[in-house]
Design a protein around this ligand. Structure first.
Ligand code: NI
Length: 170
């Protein structure tokens, strides 16, 4: 396993639409292991492959609390089959937009299908933080960031702040 650098805005790579995975094999599991380690190191609760520069439809997630045992989850080629009309507002952040947080409204519950770490097809329903996170990560696969859902002014400010932050860190 290895920790990989996380791309931040305004890297144009983050706007790319990721491609479906052909097969869940050992090479892909190696990528998922790296993604998980990178996410834990950041630390974050979700990461899409495009955030480490790999344009494949792969997401890793762990929603366990700080004092809880780790609960890593893997989503390959996720698709939503249903979204609730009911909405839910949550203050989101993103490892590709560090130190920026803002409220985003999304469907409160979703149903999705995906392949897991072993390549098995899973169908399940998500609500609460799980629903927020899977929709946020799915957006990454489509080249969409949570700040794209904010006003242009807020988005421009966020990008400028991250640019300064990464410049100061360099
Ligand atoms: Ni994100």
């Amino acid at each position: 396993m290895a920790i990989r650098p996380i791309l931040t805005v305004p890297d144009p790579f983050l706007k790319q639409v990721s491609k479906p995975v052909d097969a869940v094999d050992d090479e892909l599991r190696g990528l998922m292991d790296d993604m998980l380690e990178t996410m834990y190191d950041a630390p974050g609760i979700g990461l899409a492959a495009i955030q480490i520069g790999v344009p494949l439809r792969v997401i890793v997630m762990d929603l366990a609390g700080q004092d809880e045992e780790r609960q890593p989850r893997f989503f390959v080629n996720p698709e939503f089959t249903w979204k609730s009309d009911e909405l839910f507002k949550y203050e989101e952040g993103c490892l590709s937009v560090p130190e920026i947080y803002d409220e985003i409204e999304r469907p409160a519950r979703v149903r999705l299908t995906y392949l897991n770490y072993d390549g098995e097809r899973v169908e399940e329903e998500a609500e609460g933080l799980f629903a927020v996170c899977i929709q946020h990560e799915y957006d990454h696969l489509e080249g969409v960031l949570f700040i794209d859902k904010l006003s242009r002014l807020k988005r421009d400010r966020a990008v400028a702040k991250v640019k300064k932050l990464t410049r100061d860190a360099a």
